[in-house]
Design a protein around this ligand. Structure first.
Ligand SMILES: [Zn+2]
Length: 177
């Protein structure tokens, strides 16, 4: 049984789907294939590899019903709409990082009220300083979200195919180190 990880257009994992569903979505032009499994299937005259990671071409808004929002990279980025909280520009996940508003060295905590989405450039510029010290301004004070902005996928990382790991680790909660 080969399954595919379905990502939203924003690269956030949505759910795990059977490979036949993955191929149907692809044939319908709804997804692009990001990674494939080694296993091939033959259909009429063509042979192709089973999709392993697929991504929706159009963003879907997800209704969620969680009260508890896990403190994770994915959820911090989702709360901040993948927008750098200093320069107000949108970035893909690969170009984002998170910033301690009050640096750890000055007693800043790793929690919803002190961590914001930040682009790599602004993060470098700010360094180990507070926004005031760096002469930078936050778009808005960071807050704990009321409902879960990102989906949690219950897949043991050990069981997940290698190709899924880049996407799934975003849902691993940040540790407190
Ligand atoms: Zn920035």
């Amino acid at each position: 049984m080969q399954q595919a990880l379905l990502l939203n257009a924003s690269y956030e994992p949505l759910k795990v789907v059977h490979w036949q569903k993955a191929i149907t979505l692809w044939c319908q032009g709804k997804v692009e294939v990001i990674a494939v499994h080694d296993r091939e299937v033959r259909a009429v005259s063509v042979t192709f590899k089973l999709p392993s990671v697929i991504r929706l071409l159009r963003f879907v808004k997800i209704k969620r019903r969680f009260d508890y929002v896990p403190f994770s990279r994915a959820n911090i980025y989702a709360r901040d709409h993948h927008t750098c909280q200093y320069c107000n520009r949108g970035f893909s996940t690969a170009d984002l990082t998170f910033d301690h508003v009050v640096p750890v060295a000055q007693g800043g905590r790793k929690d919803w009220e002190n961590i914001v989405t930040c682009c790599v450039g602004c993060n470098r510029l700010k360094g180990g300083r507070t926004p005031a010290e760096a002469g930078m301004k936050l778009l808005k004070p960071p807050r704990r979200p009321d409902s879960a902005p990102a989906i949690r996928i219950t897949v043991g990382l050990r069981d997940a195919p290698e190709s899924w790991r880049d996407y799934l680790y975003w849902n691993v909660e940040l540790d407190d180190t």
